[in-house]
Design a binder for this molecule. Structure first.
Ligand SMILES: [Zn+2]
Length: 320
C-alpha cells in the first residue's frame, strides 16, 4: 500500500506468464472516492486479485465509486463488465476509446480498410492481406472483448487528479497525475523492464497516427512532471522514474540510426526493412513489427533524414 497526504493506492499486480511480467491495476482512495484505475484482463486471476486487495484493506466491491481507463487495450479493461454488472458505477474513458471499446461497426470497418491500404502501400503484398484477414490479429478487434456497460467521456478533475493525454502506445492513452503526491498513473507509457510499443492506428478521421513521435512527446511530457512514482500497467511500480524516461527517449534516436543504416544499405520498402531487421519474426509479430518500422520511418522523414516516393502504389524510401 502507498500512502501520501490524503491519497492511498492499493495495487493489484497479477502475474503474467508473458514478457509483460504482470497485469497491473490500482485502487485509489482519495477523500470520499475509491477509484479503480484500469481493470486488468477478464480472468479469474485478476478478479480474485481485486477481491483480495479490497478485502485486505477493509473494502468490498460496493465501495468502489468509479472506474477510469488509461487506454482501450483488452488487458486494461477486462473486468469492467464483471464489476459493473454486480455494482453499478460510472466508467470513464477517453472519448476515442469509447468507440473502440463498444466495437462500433463503422469504426471497425474503417480500421480494417485502413490497415489493408497501409500494408499494400508498405509493400507487404500477400502477407499483409493475410494479416488483415486473420481474426486472431489485433487488427481485427474481437467482438468477444466488447464492453457492454455504459462508458462516459472523462473530463478533468473528477478524481482530484490531472488527466493528461499521452498517445503513442494507443491513440486514446491517458495518464492520471496527482500534483501533491507527484504520483503518476501512466498506463503502458513507461514499463520498467521493457520498451513499450507505439502502435500505428488510424485516428478518428482515419488518418495514420505518427505513433512513435507521439510516444516521444508523451515521454517528454511525463518527464517534465518530475514525478516521484509511476504506477505502470505492467511490471514493477517505478520509483524516481526521471532517468528511465530519459533513457526511453534516448533509445528512440539510437534505434532510428539503425533504420538509417538499413536504408543506406539499399533496402527501400517498409516490408523489406522489416524483414531484414526481424527475419522470421516478421510474419509472427507482424502488427507490432510493422508499427515499429512505420513509426521510425515517419520519425526519420519528419527529421528530414529520409524521403519517400510512391511508385505503382508502394512507398519507397531513400536517404536525403
Ligand atoms: Zn498493457
Amino acid at each position: 500500500m502507498f500512502k501520501k497526504y490524503n491519497m492511498e493506492v492499493f495495487p493489484c499486480l497479477v502475474p503474467a506468464s508473458s514478457k509483460l511480467k504482470s497485469f497491473n491495476f490500482f485502487l485509489v482512495k482519495h477523500e470520499n472516492t475509491l477509484t479503480l484505475i484500469d481493470a486488468g484482463l477478464n480472468t479469474d486471476e485478476c478478479w480474485n486479485s481485486l477481491q483480495k486487495t479490497l478485502k485486505d484493506n477493509g473494502y468490498t466491491l460496493t465501495d468502489i465509486t468509479g472506474i477510469y481507463l488509461t487506454h482501450h487495450h483488452a488487458d486494461h479493461v477486462g473486468l469492467v463488465d464483471r464489476i459493473v454488472s454486480t455494482h453499478s458505477i460510472p466508467v470513464y474513458a477517453h472519448p476515442y476509446a469509447i468507440r473502440i471499446l463498444k466495437r462500433d461497426t463503422e469504426y471497425i470497418k474503417m480500421r480494417v480498410e485502413f490497415f489493408r491500404k497501409l500494408y499494400q502501400e508498405m509493400g507487404c503484398g500477400e502477407i499483409g492481406e493475410k494479416q488483415v484477414a486473420n481474426f486472431n490479429n489485433p487488427i481485427i478487434l474481437g467482438k468477444d472483448k466488447k464492453i457492454h456497460c455504459e462508458i462516459q467521456e472523462m473530463t478533468d478533475n473528477q478524481l482530484g487528479i490531472d488527466i493528461l493525454e499521452i498517445p503513442g502506445h494507443a491513440p486514446d492513452q491517458v495518464a492520471f497525475y496527482n500534483k501533491a503526491s507527484r504520483w503518476l498513473f501512466a498506463g503502458d507509457l513507461l514499463i520498467e523492464h521493457m520498451t513499450s510499443s507505439a502502435f500505428i492506428e488510424p485516428d478518428v478521421g482515419g488518418t495514420r497516427t505518427k505513433s512513435l513521435m507521439q510516444q516521444k512527446q508523451s515521454l517528454e511530457k511525463c518527464l517534465s512532471l518530475n514525478a516521484e512514482l509511476v504506477f505502470s500497467g505492467h511490471g514493477r511500480i517505478i520509483e524516481n522514474p526521471v532517468d528511465l524516461f530519459k533513457e526511453r527517449i534516448k533509445e528512440i534516436d539510437e534505434k532510428a540510426n539503425k533504420y538509417i543504416n538499413i536504408i543506406k544499405s539499399g533496402i527501400t520498402t517498409t516490408s523489406g526493412i522489416a524483414q531484414l531487421r526481424y527475419k522470421d519474426k516478421y510474419e509472427k509479430q507482424f502488427f507490432t513489427i510493422m508499427s515499429e518500422v512505420i513509426g521510425y520511418l515517419d520519425y526519420l522523414e519528419f527529421q528530414g533524414k529520409i524521403k519517400k516516393e510512391m511508385k505503382k502504389g508502394i512507398w519507397y524510401y531513400s536517404c536525403n
